[in-house]
Design a protein around this ligand. Structure first.
Ligand SMILES: NC(=O)c1ccc[n+]([C@@H]2O[C@H](COP(=O)([O-])OP(=O)(O)OC[C@H]3O[C@@H](n4cnc5c(N)ncnc54)[C@H](OP(=O)(O)O)[C@@H]3O)[C@@H](O)[C@H]2O)c1
Length: 229
């Protein structure tokens, strides 16, 4: 059964999602505490965000010894209390170990990744699943995570391209937006959901379920997905 998927993003009042230069010390605490209230089995981030979290620049090459590594899903751990799910089609995140923010890491890859990357992940006990040959099928990835790891509830925590991809694929059941008390205004900065014009299918219609004044003048809005109004 498809896990229940919550998209959780924080943004400025003008909807921008990059927090650098905001200088709001409380922002990540409010974001993380609201995220924790969902009691999810895992959180999903895109490759760019995961590279920020991993602080890794490169991984040890040569471990495959020029031999092909079988393209089968690999689970180093199946009983984690939380999973950090990294959407990394080309195998670029240089994890240093198998834990990110107290969660067991699961890399979501295409079969086109280098053999050395798979050998490296195995060497540090990072789990991985394949979501396609060259492109990811996110619905199939959710099926694999539910079937193999028993996850029932997942949060998509950005950035904006991964959030856009899940929304555009119709896989998000609930949208949670935390509006921080500032206008950003940088025109080049992305909004909370970025979908390329050629991939965009339709708007995602929402029904408001709650509005709360959060700490530090943030506003927390929650919506469920609905059919066209
Ligand atoms: N405001 C917030 O709540 C919030 C939350 C999280 C992160 N952030 C910030 O957002 C920034 C990064 O956001 P971002 O949008 O640039 O990057 P991102 O969503 O973190 O990662 C994007 C990358 O993920 C991979 N990816 C995403 N969707 C895919 C799909 N459907 N199929 C295949 N691959 C897919 C691609 O990797 P490849 O390029 O390798 O193909 C893509 O370039 C960071 O600075 C972070 O701090 C903000």
């Amino acid at each position: 059964m498809k896990p229940y998927v919550i998209s959780h993003m924080m943004s400025s009042v003008d909807g921008r999602s990059l927090t650098d230069g905001w200088h709001l010390k409380f922002a990540s605490d409010v974001y993380e505490s609201t995220a924790a209230s969902f009691k999810a089995d895992g959180w999903i981030c895109g490759r760019v965000t995961m590279q920020e979290i991993s602080h890794g620049t490169d991984y040890l090459k040569g471990l495959a010894k020029n031999l092909p590594v079988e393209r089968t899903d690999f689970f180093a751990k199946r009983d984690a209390s939380q999973y950090a799910i990294s959407i990394d089609p080309n195998g670029r995140v240089a994890w240093k170990n198998n834990t990110a923010l107290d969660s067991h890491i699961v890399e979501v890859l295409t079969r086109a990744v280098p053999d050395d990357y798979l050998a490296y992940l195995q060497s540090i006990d990072v789990s991985y699943v394949f979501g396609g040959d060259t492109d990811l099928d996110l619905a199939a990835v959710l099926d694999t995570l539910a079937r193999e790891l028993g996850v029932k509830r997942l949060i998509v925590e950005g950035g904006s391209h991964v959030s856009g991809a899940f929304v555009n694929a119709g896989l998000v059941d609930e949208v949670s937006v935390l509006i921080m008390p500032l206008v950003d205004g940088r025109s080049a900065h992305p909004s909370s959901y970025e979908i390329s014009m050629d991939a965009w299918k339709a708007p995602t219609y929402l029904q408001l379920t709650s509005v709360e004044r959060a700490d530090h003048d943030a506003v927390w809005m929650r919506y469920t997905r609905t059919s066209r109004p």
